[in-house]
Design a protein around this ligand. Structure first.
Ligand code: CAA
Length: 267
């Protein structure tokens, strides 16, 4: 049973944590108390040696309908500036383990930004992404203008941020915002939504490999967005070299040569 009020945390597969946003009455609007719980749960999972990968999801109707507008409504500049409001949203970016977002329904504003902070996004055909902040007299504040532009390029990002237009799973996949659209047929014997099922399968696959290599792979891909190419290539090569100091490299290559399954020990 979850000790949290606004989220649920479970371990539906070995070594896989599932975090479910759970404020159904507010379509999972991302209030400060919700984010506090979310960051706490993510940190616990990241530091748990028995967890290799995470899945973050919402409900069938909403991944998350954005930051909590009712909470923000009366805030003043001095309040949001002095507390660096939303700065704590980026905590998910510093996790070492991969996080897969399973998006069904609305992922608007901060909800889309939260998904964009995950490492992989899988979407149900019902997913509706968008940045409606402009309709509220503001702009995205959780990284949307930067992360969306990195993925879709300037013209499309401008269009989406300045018009607030909602876009569906198909467009999101075509543009590379999501890695895959998962069809809606329920998987027999699985209680989860198909998109969550698929995310759990992917997370299990990732969990079958060594955590050190996974962590290095995540670090290297993320560097591609931050570093100039020559620095990114250098970092990649150094990380690659460093994996030769691990038992998992010896085991993985020995298992290949001996035609058997590897037994990774994350060491
Ligand atoms: N904040 C607070 N409450 C929200 C919310 C939000 N972002 N989104 C939905 N809710 C609440 C509604 O107020 C409503 O509550 P009540 O029953 O108490 O009135 C409940 O959730 C259900 O919502 P609706 O009745 O509106 O449901 P719907 O199916 O008719 O519409 C929707 C769904 C189109 C997603 C609509 O709820 C909506 O437009 N929500 C706001 C989306 C939005 O603007 N998000 C951006 C927020 S700003 C932001 O995120 C800033 C940032 O960059 C970090």
């Amino acid at each position: 049973k979850s000790a949290f009020e606004h989220i649920l945390v479970s371990r539906p597969r070995p070594s896989v944590a599932l975090v479910t946003l759970n404020r159904p009455k507010a379509l999972n609007a991302l209030s400060s108390p919700l984010f506090k719980e979310l960051n706490h749960a993510l940190e616990l999972a990241d530091n748990d040696k028995d967890i290799s990968s995470l899945v973050l999801t919402g409900s069938e109707k909403a991944f998350a309908a954005g930051a909590d507008i009712k909470e923000m409504q009366s805030k003043t500049f001095s309040e949001v500036y002095s507390t660096d409001f939303l700065a704590n949203w980026a905590a998910i970016k510093s996790l070492r383990k991969p996080v897969i977002a399973a998006v069904s329904g609305y992922a608007l504003g901060g909800g889309a930004e939260l998904a964009l902070m995950c490492d992989i996004i899988l979407a149900s055909p019902t997913a509706k992404f968008g940045f409606p902040e402009i309709t509220l007299g503001v702009i995205p504040g959780g990284g949307g203008t930067q992360r969306l532009t990195n993925i879709v390029g300037k013209s499309k990002a401008m269009e989406l941020v300045l018009t607030g237009r909602v876009f569906g799973a198909e467009e999101a996949e075509r543009w590379g915002v999501v890695s895959k659209v998962v069809q809606t047929e329920k998987v027999p014997g699985d209680e989860h939504l198909p998109v969550v099922h698929e995310a759990l399968e992917m997370a299990s696959k990732i969990a079958s490999f060594g955590q050190l290599a996974t962590q290095a792979g995540k670090e290297a891909v993320n560097a591609a967005l931050d570093l100039p190419l020559s620095e990114g290539l250098r970092l990649e090569r150094r990380l690659f070299h460093s994996l030769f100091a691990t038992n998992d490299q010896k085991e993985g290559m020995a298992a290949f040569a001996e035609k058997r399954k590897p037994n990774f020990t994350h060491s």
